[in-house]
Design a protein around this ligand. Sequence first.
Ligand code: G3H
Length: 254
Amino acid sequence: ELVSQIKGLDDMESILKRELGYKKIIVVPGDSDKDPNVKKELGNVAALYLSSVIRHKDIIALTGGSTIKEMVNSFPKMDFRDNLIVPARGSLGRIIDIQSNNVVAALAEKVGANYKLLNVPDNLSNESLEVLLKEKEIREVVDYIRNTQILVLGIGRADKMAARRGLSEEEITKLLEEGAVGEAFGTYFGKSGKSIRRINSVGICLDDFKDVQHMIAVTGGSSKAEAIEAVRLHNRNAVLITDEGAARKIVSIL
Ligand code: G3H
């Protein structure tokens, strides 16, 4: 029983590291589902981690979501004037301040970095995508995303993310019936890393980041435990920053 191996957060970190295939796991105390300050702390730790690994001229790509937004909010005063920040995906859903473009602009303004925006929806058909990728302005940003040194991403529940991505109720039901529980970067995963489905996200998917130098997943809350357990990032440099609420529950379902 993995649960019996746990004494403190450190034990949980080593179990999760081994079982979920991360290079490093950081668990902050508390459960962000129950206490909004824990989500802030998650953001704060992610900000500190990112600022500790960033180097001169690195490109940073950010997905969106409320957790990445917390990271941007709690970013310390720093000078990234020779760095470029790009959105890792197009726009999805209707909540404006958690869009990839928005968190990118907010972080860039805060740290004085250069930034690019990607003014395309994230759920394009192959035909539309092919046409749009011929546009220089879009192509250029997509190339930056492909060449990023640091990718910061959220992990979401499949049901929530499918709804946010605008799938119909029938499509969501189908996806969940196929076993999808977690979503990261447009890929839906079933329990223990089973790949279920992948959406087009501006022509880039998780597999394109196999060699990225730093992949930082920031996600927490006990309600996301199954989702976090499901997702496998397949990158040997991937780091997971999560909270105790999620971590304890993940260990209990492993
Ligand atoms: O892209 C969104 C993340 O996967 C989850 O978003 O941080 O708002 O839960 P969240």
